[in-house]
Design a protein around this ligand. Structure first.
Ligand code: ASP
Ligand code: MG
Length: 443
């Protein structure tokens, strides 16, 4: 029987220093299975490319390209003299000319070409390191292997059926190192997924290959019941269901692209989040739901530094158009709305603190500006667990713990598997400590 492959994804947090590249080579060498690797751009490279596109000066393009080259060569010096050295140089020079043409005449297609260069350079550097250790591999760029994207940005997904038909990897002979985050649009142009989208490339490839498992390597031990930023003694979660992982990913600092689980769900392919540098830690496994007796909160996602905008909606008849106009205006300005709660007479929108002044200016500039108020900063808390959204007991224990500590929790729209609230910024740590204790999430 043909052995099924493993997909390993290395993101920016595992592509920083030379030690990271050495650890990647070791992880690949240690595995005895057929492997497919997916890489994102080296750490910080996508942000630097974005910054050069949006604020960079044409006069700096050569220096900028040289700095990007250096970032790769410092961590993976083997690239320059290895079998992909010439292709690496060529990719840098193509990047340079795309940056020049973008600064003359900006266009979405050159922008996507520039941004996807980070992943191309990364695949060449990782291949060079592997090859130098005698591991046979090959850079496999998304445009060459048939990664087609339906939609783009936040709404983009990879066409898995088409990928399954197109893939021609010879996994017996070499390990493909696939570029994450981008693919081809219907019209054949380079198109990007949303930020962090290499996770989605990895899981879509796993689905297309019917892989045994996907591993997303990270620079942290595993998924914790509370974000490490709060320094509370949280539990390490050895298992999460697909659903819990998606809910948690929606409202926490980058852990996983929230769409990444979808391609795996119907095939039941397990996903592991594992620490690159810690051999003793197994990380967190994500897979199908495990039946439990009664719903339980397993983890709390938190998004700090948000501001609620309270909008008066006036007469019932004008509610929908006012909200539609507000969402459209904020959407056009690429301001994310983290949550929206409409009740008779008013709506509450959550936007990030740094976008709140901009959002307020846009609302005031509408032809018929709504009455609104920007409220003090809050943290969004999302209590995640299969079935908790509909469970009166879980809701009650959160409410009573909050009341006992005089916490100002405001309930938001929830889902079947998550209860969401806001808490005043200055009460966040206290709230998490009290609520996590009540829900038995601390060690
Ligand atoms: N390099 C892209 C980003 O920074 C994609 C990824 O990291 O997954 O968003
Ligand atoms: Mg990522």
């Amino acid at each position: 029987m043909k052995e099924s492959a493993e997909v390993h994804k290395f993101g920016g947090s595992c592509l920083v220093r030379r030690e990271d590249l050495i650890a990647i080579v070791r992880r690949v060498a240690d595995s005895t299975s057929q492997q497919v690797l997916v890489v994102s751009a080296f750490h910080g490279v996508t942000d630097r490319l974005l910054n050069q596109l949006d604020c960079g000066e044409a006069a700096n393009i050569d220096a900028f390209t040289a700095a990007i080259e250096l970032t790769h060569l410092e961590a993976a010096p083997e690239t320059a003299s290895g079998p992909w050295g010439a292709r690496f140089k060529q990719t840098l020079s193509t990047l340079n000319s795309h940056l020049r043409s973008h600064s003359d005449t900006p266009s979405d297609s050159t922008r996507a070409q520039v941004l996807s260069s980070g992943e191309r350079l990364s695949s060449l550097a990782v291949c060079s390191m592997l090859e130098d250790s005698g591991i046979r591999c090959h850079p496999a760029w998304s445009e060459e292997i048939g990664i087609h994207i339906e939609g783009s940005g936040e709404d983009g997904v990879i066409d898995v059926d088409r990928l399954r038909d197109d893939l021609t990897f010879d996994l017996e002979s070499f390990i493909p190192v696939v570029t994450g985050w981008y693919g081809l649009s219907e019209s054949g142009d380079i198109t990007l997924l949303g930020r962090g989208g290499s996770d989605l490339t990895a899981t879509s490839l796993a689905a297309a290959l019917d892989a045994r498992e996907v591993t997303i390597w990270r620079d942290v031990p595993g998924v914790l019941s509370l974000s490490p930023r709060w320094s509370l003694p949280s539990r390490n979660l050895s298992y999460l269901s697909y659903t819990e992982a998606v809910e948690l990913a929606l409202f926490s600092e980058p852990m996983l692209h929230p769409g990444a689980v979808e391609p795996l769900r119907s095939l039941g392919i397990p996903l592991r989040l594992r620490p690159l540098h810690d051999d003793c830690m197994d990380g967190t496994r994500i897979g199908p739901s495990v039946l439990t007796l009664s719903p339980r909160v397993r983890a709390v996602g938190s998004l700090p530094r948000l501001r609620p905008l309270r909008i008066e909606l006036g007469a019932a008849g004008s509610v929908a158009p006012t909200l539609a106009q507000v969402s459209e205006t904020l959407g056009k300005a690429r301001i994310s709305v983290w949550s929206l709660r409409a009740s008779p007479g008013e709506a509450l929108l959550l936007v990030s603190e740094h976008a709140s002044a901009h959002a307020a200016r846009l609302l005031s500039a509408l032809p018929q500006p709504p009455q609104y108020e920007v409220l003090p900063p809050v943290t969004l808390l999302s209590f995640v667990g299969e079935g908790v959204g509909e469970d009166a007991e879980v809701r009650e224990s959160i409410r009573s713990a909050a009341d006992a500590s005089d916490l100002d929790l405001v309930r938001l729209e929830s889902s079947e598997h998550a209860l969401r609230y806001t808490v005043a910024s200055e009460q966040t740590e206290q709230a998490l400590e009290r609520l996590a204790r009540r829900l038995d999430l601390l060690i």
